[in-house]
Design a binder for this molecule. Structure first.
Ligand code: FAD
Ligand code: SF4
Length: 514
């Protein structure tokens, strides 16, 4: 063996230039590692999905004629971290080159770039060839410690990659159709929801291995893993999305319902795991959606496809830029001084707040919540109750199937907790029960009354929202988009305001009981 090439669990990109030719002197290493499942406690489906996808990738490479060493926890459990394992393998094989694709996570990038190698072994770093924006150009678009706005970045990306453009103008005349995309689901629409396309990947051997090595995890275990773990499954899901879900993707992007247990992902694509593990390339996903739109003869409107393209070409690339230009300091940010610990329903879903019960319950059952559940229900609750962003980050990083730090942290610590003080978002995403009621049918089925701000049945989101806005007034009122909120607060009587703050105090004193 001349060189060892390490393939990380989120680098399962079959189109990478590494695999264009077969070289008997190259040994590809894919390894299940304690260090990668132990940095936070993970949802079991997340671990199973990565391990299963890694095994499938190793098998595909072998079939294509490459030399592959696929190590499971049975082989690696004695290694607490990656460097000694790599060093042992380099020594054992006599290889004089160690190569890897640049990790997308700061922690791993540091580790691989700085780890000591045996004498005479060279280190070569490759591009991961995944994102649209090259890593070296991130600093053309982003500056450290500087507030950026997604929309500005997104328009540059549309122009640069000539996506949904008519010359220099956006197709359809508008850059962003978000205003068309805020519909609630009617009863009729709920009945018309398509069933999600689920796979049935056998992960019983992985679960047995996790238990044998006493790996801690949480969440529901399904022996038939429903997530796509190969490029072929990813493509199947992409095709299903383009045919069945894209026609209504934008319209119901923010909607939530508790009336359809089986159709839990609504019109969302559920491709985030396939993309984040690099089974699918983001451009491939964008191109498929645009092709479906063009071939649909008007059955898919520009508002649907633009809304989808914006998530991937805009948000996904945007959060990556914020992450890299601000790490490692970003991980320490706590602009609003959040300090509370997560109530126990984050781990078991047992709460009387229906919105939280549904969103947490679904996250625990499927390792999935869509962006409004993550942002406006769970994240909003953590924000207005002043949770410690380290704990919030750890929970999000553990629970979601697609959670990898480069994308999880800016979304959680930045967008949802405003702990970066506004580097990513222009205002905190704080909302009272009214917003949740507007976008869902949760409130109609809740123990609490969404219209009430005080009293034993008052929706906790109401008093907690005002408490949050009042507490952070100095910082938030500076934002002109929020002035109206404070005018409403100031218009309330002193008595009313006191009662609301006291109600919030009661809730905050015992969040576990909600
Ligand atoms: P869809 O709703 O169908 O969207 C299509 C695709 O757009 C997604 O697959 C994803 O690749 C991309 N996308 C959409 N929104 C975002 C966004 N805000 N940032 C980056 N990409 C986006 N996404 C992750 O991939 N990993 C995370 O750990 C993660 N954590 C989040 C935490 C919070 C608090 C919030 C508010 C959002 C988070 N997101 C995260 C973004 C988003 O919620 C998920 O990408 C999405 O729910 C995945 O489901 P989907 O594939 O069905 O997405
Ligand atoms: Fe959530 Fe309040 Fe609505 Fe209940 S009433 S579902 S707690 S927003």
């Amino acid at each position: 063996t001349e060189r060892i090439r390490l393939i990380l669990g989120d680098q399962l990109n079959p189109s990478h230039s590494w695999y264009r030719s077969v070289d008997p002197g190259t040994l590809y290493l894919i390894a299940e590692l304690k260090q990668e499942i132990g940095y936070v406690k993970h949802h079991i489906q997340k671990i199973c999905a990565f391990f299963c996808a890694m095994a499938g990738f190793a098998k595909a490479l072998k079939t294509a004629g490459h030399q592959v060493l696929h190590l499971t926890l049975d082989d690696t459990h004695a290694y607490e971290s990656l460097p000694p394992l790599i060093n042992d393998l380099l020594t054992f094989t006599g290889a004089n080159g160690f190569e890897f694709q640049r990790p997308d996570e700061y922690r791993l990038k540091q580790q691989l770039e700085t780890m000591q190698l045996p004498d005479g072994v060279s280190r070569t770093i490759w591009e991961s060839e995944h994102f649209l924006l090259p890593f070296d150009e991130l600093n053309h678009y982003f500056k450290a410690d500087t507030a950026h706005r997604m929309e500005t970045f997104y328009r540059k990306m549309r122009r640069r990659y000539e996506l949904l453009m008519n010359g220099d103008e956006p197709e359809g005349g508008q850059w962003n159709y978000d205003a068309n995309n805020r519909e609630k689901l009617s009863q009729q629409e709920i009945e018309a929801l398509p069933e999600p396309l689920c796979f049935a990947n056998d992960v019983t051997d992985i679960k047995a291995r996790l238990d044998k090595h006493k790996v801690e995890y949480f969440g529901s275990y399904h022996s038939a893993l429903l997530w796509p773990v190969t490029r072929q499954q990813g493509l199947q899901l992409l095709d299903y999305f383009c045919q069945q879900l894209l026609p209504k993707f934008g319209r119901f992007q923010d909607a939530m319902t508790c009336q359809s247990e089986t159709k839990w992902s609504l019109y969302h694509c559920r491709l985030s795991f396939a993309m984040n593990a690099k089974l699918l390339h983001p451009k491939q996903v964008i191109d498929a959606a645009i092709t479906a739109y063009r071939q649909a003869d008007g059955a898919i409107t520009i508002a649907q496809v633009e809304g989808f393209v914006r998530q991937i070409l805009g948000w996904r690339e945007y959060v990556r830029g914020i992450y890299w230009l601000n790490m490692p300091q970003y991980a320490e940010k706590n602009a609003l001084n959040g300090h509370r610990t997560l109530p126990k329903y984050f781990w078991d879903g047992e709460t009387q707040m229906r919105c939280m019960r549904e969103s947490l319950g679904q996250s625990l059952e499927y390792a999935y919540g869509h962006h409004i559940q993550r942002l406006m229900v769970i994240g909003n609750f953590a924000l207005i109750t002043g949770m410690d962003p380290d704990l919030v980050d750890a929970w999000y990083l553990g629970v979601y199937i697609d959670a990898i730090e480069w994308v999880e942290m800016p979304n959680t610590r930045g967008m949802s907790q405003f702990a970066d003080g506004g580097l990513l978002a222009s205002k905190p995403y704080a909302a009272s029960g009214n917003y949740i009621n507007k976008m869902s049918d949760y409130c109609a089925n809740c123990h609490y009354q969404v219209k009430q701000k005080t009293g034993s049945k008052a929706c906790p989101f109401n008093a907690l929202y005002w408490h949050f806005m009042n507490e952070h007034r100095d910082r938030i009122a500076r934002n002109p988009r929020i002035g109206m909120v404070y005018r409403n607060w100031d218009k309330m009587s002193d008595e009313n305001r006191t009662a609301i703050l006291s109600q919030a105090g009661t809730y905050l004193a015992d969040l576990d009981s909600l």
